[in-house]
Design a protein around this ligand. Structure first.
Ligand code: 3HC
Length: 503
């Protein structure tokens, strides 16, 4: 028997719960929004009024439509009001004890045919289901922040989920205008497993001092084309939630890289949870100044040295000459042509400091890595002078790119963050957890990425990513940076791309 979902309960009206309630009400369903007390209920109502009010202000909705939408939502502090709901979606904090208590209550209160869903970010749906007398009717329905905007819903089935229920919930997600991806019950599902590993890694790089918060954010947003840099996104998700998801990932994987970065703990302990408290990694004060790179002047130099022969070196050479600079070029084998240059820019795969020590004035050498069309990473070694690094940043601005300062480490910032994420996606595929097409769709629709990881792998080239991972592994010795066997095998087999071979 196919169920009909017309009345939906949403328990917890924080950022996610209120967004989920809005999504259901927008699709014409009746919603019962439940909060623990009057104060929380009033905050939840405020979220809904604010979000729909912005839609009215932007001309996306009329005031009448807003009133009708809000009129479809009943607000209550009594769980007993959920007795007639066809479906209840839980969106309370990520604490297993709270979830178990709630599901035991819902099981007692809701009609026998009702489906109980959890919006948990990473906790075990199976463990939540086990607290009820109807585990076959318990399922994960995982939305993404902001719920009204992000198009993905992960539908999480357990080993005891009733046959057909995942398809019914996927059908409901489509009715809401979302795209469902159905997966099994594993910590982090598809998106949070890939996303939080990357975000936690960004925190770790920040803590090592490789680059600043703003440089890392700019590198990933402008360089890779992600909608937000990692620290801006962590603030959107909430640092408490991010911490909890990492903790759950760590408990399952026992991999150190999943252990929440100490800076997350520090910020959470200080109550700096991100947007919802006005401050996390960033201040969300509307008047706070933008911290983009400082304006640079035209450097007073007569000769720029370039080391490297690839297309990037040609691009930089052309841009420098167009800007009126004189340039000398050397291959990494013989640096004589650039020995007398005022600054030397290295665009080769050779570690920057290895080139520096072969110059008469090692302090003049700076590493450069072009990322996309808009960014260039500028890597200073331990011997690079401040003047040389500043000069190269000014040159980068003059050729129309945003400089990202970083230390001389394999992968600089972008590849150090991007390649392990791509490798994790290959491992997820290899483990049989989800198809390449589903993983790609999940990252595009759940996080607004311009392309999924397999699409990115094909665009960058699998050999380049494999080699980049080898270099990262050699530098950091982090086991998860070693190329996934599938990636290695595809490169060895000489195939041009990954998607054509994995379906
Ligand atoms: N509620 C409702 N609508 C919102 C909104 C919100 N909180 N925030 C933004 N919007 C709407 C705006 O009204 C606007 O709509 P319009 O185009 O119809 O006018 C649209 O979204 C775009 O917003 P803006 O122009 O203000 O801003 P941006 O273009 O910068 O987009 C963003 C904002 C959609 C948040 C974009 O930056 C983005 O996609 N970021 C990535 C978000 C992401 O990765 N989310 C997933 C996090 S992981 C997660 O949630 C799982 C959990 O378990 C941890």
């Amino acid at each position: 028997m196919t169920r009909t979902f017309e009345t939906v309960g949403v328990v917890g009206l924080g950022t996610m719960g209120a967004g989920i309630a809005e999504v259901f009400a927008r699709a014409g369903l009746r919603v019962i929004g439940v909060e623990a007390d009057e104060a929380a209920l009033s905050r939840g109502r405020g979220h809904l009024e604010g979000s729909t009010g912005r839609a009215v202000a932007r001309g996306r909705m009329t005031a009448e439509e807003q009133a009708a939408l809000l009129g479809r939502i009943a607000f209550t502090t009594s769980r007993d009001d959920l007795a007639g709901a066809d479906l209840v979606v839980e969106a309370i904090p990520e604490v297993m004890e709270f979830k178990r208590g709630l599901f035991a209550d819902l099981d007692r209160i809701c009609k026998p045919s009702a489906v109980l869903a959890t919006n948990t970010s990473s906790l075990s749906v199976t463990a939540i289901a086990a607290t009820t007398s109807r585990p076959a009717q318990v399922i994960g329905m995982h939305f993404f922040n902001p719920a009204p905007v992000m198009r993905l819903v992960e539908v999480v089935r357990t080993v005891v989920t009733e046959d057909g229920l995942p398809d019914e919930i996927a059908g409901l997600a489509r009715r809401l205008g979302k795209t469902p991806v159905t997966v099994g019950d594993r910590a982090g599902f598809v998106v949070n497993r890939l996303l939080l590993s990357y975000l936690n890694h960004a925190c770790a790089l920040l803590e090592t001092g490789l680059a600043s918060r703003d440089d890392i954010d700019a590198a990933m947003r402008l360089g890779v084309g992600l909608p937000m840099g990692p620290f801006t996104l962590l603030d959107l998700i909430g640092l408490d939630t991010s911490y909890e998801v990492c903790e759950v990932l760590f408990r399952e994987s026992r991999e150190r890289r999943h252990a929440p970065a100490p800076i997350l703990r520090e910020l959470v302990t200080a109550g700096l949870l991100g947007r919802k408290t006005g401050r996390g990694f960033h201040s969300h004060d509307r008047d706070a100044p933008e911290t983009a790179g400082e304006p640079g002047g035209r450097p007073e130099i007569s000769l720029v040295g370039l080391v490297g022969g690839g297309p990037d070196a040609a691009t930089v050479l052309e841009a420098l000459e167009a800007a009126g600079f004189k340039a000398a070029v050397a291959e990494p084998g013989d640096l004589t042509p650039v020995a007398e240059a005022d600054v030397v820019v290295a665009l080769s795969d050779t570690p920057v400091v290895e080139l520096a020590v072969r110059l008469p004035r090692p302090e003049r050498l700076v590493g450069l890595h072009l990322v996309g069309e808009r960014v260039a990473e500028v890597a200073a070694t331990v011997v690079t002078s401040r003047e040389a690094a500043e000069t190269v940043r000014d040159l980068v601005r003059m050729i129309g790119r945003t400089p990202v300062r970083c230390g001389d480490r394999a992968g600089f910032v972008v590849n150090a963050l991007l390649y392990p994420y791509l490798n994790d996606a290959v491992r997820m595929l290899e483990a049989g957890y989800a198809s390449a097409a589903d993983i790609d769709a999940a990252m595009r629709l759940g996080c607004g990425y311009p392309a999924g990881p397999f699409e990115m792998l094909d665009a960058i080239g699998i050999e380049r990513v494999r080699d980049g991972l080898r270099a990262l592994y050699a530098e950091y010795r982090e086991p998860s940076f070693a190329p996934a066997p599938l990636l290695d095998q595809l490169v060895t087999a000489g195939v041009p791309g990954i998607r054509a071979h994995v379906g």
